[in-house]
Each structure stands twice: as structure tokens, then as C-alpha cells.
Ligand binder design. Sequence first.
Ligand SMILES: Cc1cc2nc3c(=O)[nH]c(=O)nc-3n(C[C@H](O)[C@H](O)[C@H](O)COP(=O)(O)O)c2cc1C
Length: 207
Amino acid sequence: MRRHLHTVVSSPRGDRSWSRRALQLFVDGYRTQFPDAEVTSRDTTNLPHLSLAALSAGRTPLAEHTADQAAAFALQAEIVNEVEHCSHLLFATPMWNWSTPSSLKAWVDHFVNIRTFYGAPSVLAGKPVSVIISSGGLYSEGPQSVNDTLRPWFENFFARLGATEFAFLNCDPTGPMDWGGLDPDADDAAWTKVRRQIEQRLASVDR
Ligand SMILES: Cc1cc2nc3c(=O)[nH]c(=O)nc-3n(C[C@H](O)[C@H](O)[C@H](O)COP(=O)(O)O)c2cc1C
């Protein structure tokens, strides 16, 4: 199978986003290692929430879909196809209010449907998954980690959908770099930390 990295990005902060910058670093490293790899991307920031028509279509067997339901299912099908076709799934997301931005939750709500959880609950089995998380405070370790509901939420999602080979790549705390004047290249900066984790991940995954 040709290597195919699919990225799901969720920060609306453009060039100022640490998770997007880290994602770019990962993608650049991946392309250097595997020049033939395909790389695709889904930006969740403009995804709609599930409508009534979409949620009903997402729980009705495909063979029973009316024309309206087939149309309402189109975005869910697109999102599932993107994941099914990839060999490595990479998320890049901020922590917002101890959890995920609602647009990433909307992505999950589109992804979990009659073709996946209710049809093929192991859709992520055998696919390595990497998750870049940036947060203003330090949540990947230390005293605040008990308030981190984002990583446990991902872990539950992976367990329910069959992903067993996953890694969190932590870019935290970003606050000292954004507001505290900390040089991102300093040894103890979140940017330095995530760069090292990305290097380590790339050295071991998809070999
Ligand atoms: C709406 C919102 C909620 C946030 N909630 C948290 C939070 O719960 N914990 C935290 O440490 N930082 C929080 N932050 C700060 C972001 O996690 C931080 O700016 C991070 O770098 C954002 O990722 P990005 O740089 O990829 O956009 C929040 C920021 C915003 C805009």
C-alpha cells in the first residue's frame, strides 16, 4: 500500500497556530522520508454540526437511503473515505477549555456513522495515528494533567474505533512563548519539546 498521510487540522489561528506549525514540521519530515507519500488534509474549522437529516442518514443502512438521505450523508461519506484511504492519520488540534474545539468534535460526529462505528467498528485498526496537541498551559504532564479531558477523549475514540498504535505529540505550554517572551527555540520551550517528539515519531513510525 502506498504511504498516505491524512491530516485533520483544527486551529483557526493560521500562521500563529503552534499546532499547525508542528503539523507542517511533521508533514515536511514525512515527505523527506517518504518522497512518494501522498498527503491530504481536512480542515475542521468550517465543518457544520450534524443536521437532523445528516444524523438520521448516518444511522440508516446505506441500501435503504432515500435520495435525500444519500445527499445528507455525502459529507460523512467524504470524511470516512479520507480516513479509509490513508495509511497514517495525523491530528493537529489546540486544547480549548480543557477539551477539543467543537469543530473537531463535529468531525468525529460526522466520522462515527453507519459505515464506521455501526458497521465497521475497527475502521482505524492497523492505522498509526499521531495527535499534535497545543495548549496554553502544561497539561501533558504535571499537576494540571488531571484536568486534561482532551487526551482521554481521544483515547476513548481510538479504543472504540480500533486504533491501537497512537502517539500524542505535545506542544505545551504555549503561553510562555505567546505571552511570556520565551524563545521558542529555548531548551525548555514547548516548541523545542514538540520538535523532538516529532523527530522521534518519524524515526519509528511507518517503517
Ligand atoms: C477558546 C480558547 C480556549 C482555550 N482553552 C484553554 C485551556 O483549556 N487550557 C489551556 O491550557 N489553554 C487554553 N487555550 C489556549 C490555547 O490552548 C493555546 O493558545 C494554544 O496554543 C492554541 O493552539 P494553536 O496555537 O494551535 O491555535 C484556549 C484558547 C482559546 C482561544
